[in-house]
Design a protein around this ligand. Structure first.
Ligand code: ARG
Length: 437
């Protein structure tokens, strides 16, 4: 992007009371166009709605309002086909668009900013962006959920060891294990739905902080931009960013879930487990060890969770202790939000592809379920249900039987009935029903 042209003159947008321009270094910290250019679709829609409202309310002449709306249409085309001249001297996307409007339609452009401020403008367009991003992520999550649902149905009857402490605990099915992730993702989805719903009130019309004396119609612009209604308190409207925090948390939490799944894939694909193998498309090799096939897709997803959590912390730290209302610190709100959106979207797509094409070794899973005495809890439950023992006693008896199997180096189901009866004489051969996987 072009460097700020440092003309001798003060800034055209706000420089009336200034004699000198900002220093080059000040320009560097001031400019945000490289980041916030992504807000252009929202800013154009906002400005069109605002201009239309100003015309309807007779705050602008119909002629000026029409000229503004059609000029914005031309700018929209330029932005779509990549010919829009982004210029750092105009700081951010909002002023770049307004400056371009002046070039295209002349002085009428100067009337667009009637009854609004960049503070309500940026708060509104950012809310719209986050709302769109949340909706997009929801459909990304749904698509991954569909992949998981298919797999968990396919593996509904395939037995594997279930773990606690990463020690074999009880036999489960691969279907149920995968289905757990479907439910985690479902909560991630509803968190994003909540976030998009709660943020959907419109700051526009709050102007800088105190509202505006012009007879604006906030209901009209709110509806036009897809909001449920205007935000009530103008000071809250321009300074609130908790919607961004919520979005960042939803992204971080979803990333955290993906990271746990990634970790399982990584463990399961070591030869020692041998439960899964990722397809070549989602693995990489080693430059020195020719035999290696590494689950880098899953490792990268696990790693990206760090930045998702970091973005949430950044945003909360930026907002902490800011007095009402708008403070320039808040310009730093966009990088973490944009980055979290890009990151979680990529991670969802990667996991969808990697898991969807992975091969699960259900024979190895079944074989491992036989190790580790994973039916011991079933044995204890049998003692309670069939013999009426208190669970604590049943637990103790079962422990003794496990120790016996361990000594003999056999599975629980391979013990002789009379050996078990030497521990608890009332055990019958019905016990074998629950000892088998
Ligand atoms: N680009 C700024 C932001 O994203 C908006 C600027 C509002 N500036 C101001 N001085 N009121 O926060």
């Amino acid at each position: 992007m072009a460097k700020a042209k440092n003309s001798k003159k003060s800034n055209k947008m706000w420089g009336g009371r200034f004699d000198a321009r900002p220093s080059d270094i000040m320009q560097q910290i001031n400019v945000s166009i490289d980041v916030d250019s992504r807000l252009w679709p929202q800013d154009i829609a906002l400005s069109k709605a605002h201009a239309e409202m100003l015309g309807r309310q007779k705050i602008l002449s119909k002629k000026d309002a029409d000229a503004i709306v059609s000029g914005l249409g031309k700018i929209e085309k330029e932005l779509q086909n990549g010919t829009f001249p982004f210029r750092a001297e105009f700081e951010d996307i909002h002023m770049n668009i307004e400056a371009r409007l002046r070039e295209l339609i002349g002085d009428a452009a100067g009337r667009l900013h009637t009854a609004r401020s960049r503070n309500d403008q940026v708060a509104t367009s950012f809310r719209m962006w986050v709302r769109d991003a949340a909706r997009d992520l929801i459909s990304e999550i749904e698509s991954f959920q569909a992949t998981i649902k298919k797999l968990s149905q396919k593996h509904a009857k395939h037995i594997m060891p279930g773990y606690t402490h990463l020690q074999p605990a009880q036999p489960v099915t691969l279907g149920r294990h995968l289905d757990a992730y479907w439910h985690m993702l479902n909560r991630d989805k509803t968190r994003l739905e909540d976030c998009a719903k709660r943020l959907n009130k419109c700051p526009l019309g709050s102007a800088a902080l105190a509202g505006t004396p012009f007879p604006i119609d906030r209901e009209f612009t709110a509806k036009k931009l897809g909001f449920d209604r205007p935000m009530q308190n103008t000071m809250d409207a321009v300074s609130a960013r908790d919607f961004a925090n919520e979005f960042l948390f939803a992204c971080a939490q979803c990333g955290l879930h993906l990271s746990r799944l990634a970790e399982e894939i990584i463990i399961w694909s070591t030869p020692s487990f041998g439960f899964v193998s990722l397809s070549d498309q989602w693995s990489t090799g080693s430059s020195i060890m020719p035999q290696k096939k590494n689950p880098d897709s899953a490792e990268l997803v696990r790693g990206k969770t760090g930045r998702l959590a970091g973005n949430l912390i950044s945003m909360m730290t930026i907002m902490k202790g800011l007095p009402l209302t708008y403070n320039r610190d808040m310009q730093e709100d966009k990088p973490p939000v944009f980055d979290s959106y890009d990151t979680i979207k990529l991670c969802l797509q990667v996991m969808n592809g990697a898991i969807g094409s992975a091969k699960f070794n259900t024979a190895k899973m079944l074989q491992d379920s036989e190790d580790g005495y994973t039916t011991a809890t079933a044995l204890a439950d049998w003692l309670v249900m069939e013999l009426g023992l208190p669970f604590r006693d049943a637990h103790h008896i079962t422990g003794t039987i496990v120790k016996m199997a361990e000594k003999k180096g056999c599975k629980l189901s391979e013990l002789a009935l009379k050996d078990m009866q030497s521990v608890e004489r009332r055990i019958t051969k019905d016990i074998f029903r629950v000892l088998k996987i």
